[in-house]
Write a protein that binds this ligand. Structure first.
Ligand code: ZN
Length: 100
């Protein structure tokens, strides 16, 4: 079970906040004439499929912050991985020099 009391400041979310325009299905609504309802959703891919979670107005900021946090973490991880490659490369080159 997900702990929903988890503090928002530490959330990581992969995806993007998107505006969704849709009809509601009621026969007599303004959306039938093309004035579509606008709602917000989190769009993300999981197990090869794009999925959507409808968001309340108050969730939008939280989701955007968590997405930014995820991107920063991802950038950090990527730079660490590149550093790892450079370190390994330098180690191999140094060993070759010593072997000559
Ligand atoms: Zn409608």
């Amino acid at each position: 079970m997900i702990d929903v009391s988890k503090r928002n400041e530490s959330l990581l979310i992969r995806g993007s906040v998107v505006k969704v325009r849709r009809t509601c299905g009621k026969a007599q609504c303004k959306c039938v004439d093309g004035e579509l309802h606008e709602t917000w959703a989190l769009s993300y891919s999981y197990e090869g499929r794009t999925r959507m979670i409808p968001l309340r107005e108050e969730d939008i900021g939280v989701a955007r912050q968590a997405i930014k946090r995820y991107q920063k973490s991802l950038n950090w991880l990527e730079s660490q991985a590149i550093q790892g490659i450079k370190h390994l490369h330098a180690t191999v080159k140094a060993a070759k020099r010593r072997a000559r």
